[in-house]
Design a protein around this ligand. Sequence first.
Ligand code: FSX
Ligand code: SF4
Ligand code: F3S
Length: 383
Amino acid sequence: MDKNTIESSLNIEALEDRLGISRRSFMKLCAAMAATMGLPAGADAAIAEAVATKQRPSVIWLHFQECTGCTESLLRAEHPTLEKLILDIISLDYHETLFAAAGHQAEAARRAAMKANKGKYLLVVEGAIPTKDNGIYCKVGGQTAMEMLKECAADAAAVVAIGSCASWGGMPSTPPNPTGASSAGEVLGKVIPNIPGCPPNPYNFLSTVVHFLTFGKLPEVDNLGRPKFAYSRLIHENCERRAHFDAGRFAMEFGDDGHRKGYCLYKLGCKGPETYANCPAILFGDVGNASWPVGTGHPCIGCTEKGVGFAKPIHQLAVLKTMYPPVGFPRVIEERGKGATLGATALTAAIAGAAVGAGAMLAKNLGKNVEIQQTTPVEGKQS
Ligand code: FSX
Ligand code: SF4
Ligand code: F3S
């Protein structure tokens, strides 16, 4: 069915009542989700049809070692409908923060939902799982997090880790990791779909759930289990400050002239060059331009990236995975007529802590897709 046929076949009035949004906004949202996931033409209509007509999948949502920021980010999104949409397209059958029930009543509801939806429910895991000393550092209803996760995962149609804690240990696993905080995938012994971020972007979660609802399976993931639609590009590739990086214009201190002018935050420790996520592309909170960490003037801390967020000091220089500051261009901020000398370009490279040959940079700037391996250790050097 094409989009117009689908639109006319849906009971739009009922849908408008149910979701509290106009048909137009609903169709726009479906188109945005299809675009976010890189789906082909017509997918927006399929999404609209699935949301409007399919039975809501049962979701069991577990909380372990975390701050509840993942749930908060879903509920606090400024988009008028996000939280409503999420709560409407899924049947949230167990969620410790949002549940009115408590104690034995809540645990009974969880087991009842698991039994009624055996093999069909979606299990969402928020928070890391302590594994040291048989997991005694986190217990719910007398069960350790390890036991509860394994019990709930056994009959789930799919398990999704939301947030960096559940995806790779996150903040609770920061060295020396006294509780042995581990990811859901580690505890289950397999790669599961992860939506990292502290907190993750709610649209990445919404898109993942909508994909599951529409196509009956989760979106394609990378080797770390992250949906490719959201985590296949470095932050640095889409950053609005990238032109400053390429031109060698850096903030050197918070509040200095460069910082006020919106220069690149690399030298303040921005981990955008080694962090995969779509933050600069989809932003946060629906409040317009620049509503993401780097946009507000703070370096990216690499919260989506295992081994970067909560592992590396915030102001340590990032590893430049695929690109370096140009050393073959004249500096744009210099007075006219004072182009870069060979000595100056060498100095620029040294200042950036990335001593690569000018030839390599020129190759990149000529548009060749070169993957430059790190040959000079730059981590820990703050210039
Ligand atoms: Fe908090 Fe979620 Fe960070 Fe962790 O998000 S926002 S500590 S990723 O598990 O609640
Ligand atoms: Fe943006 Fe950070 Fe890359 Fe600079 S280093 S361009 S601030 S992502
Ligand atoms: Fe996290 Fe960096 Fe995005 S800190 S929210 S991955 S910009």
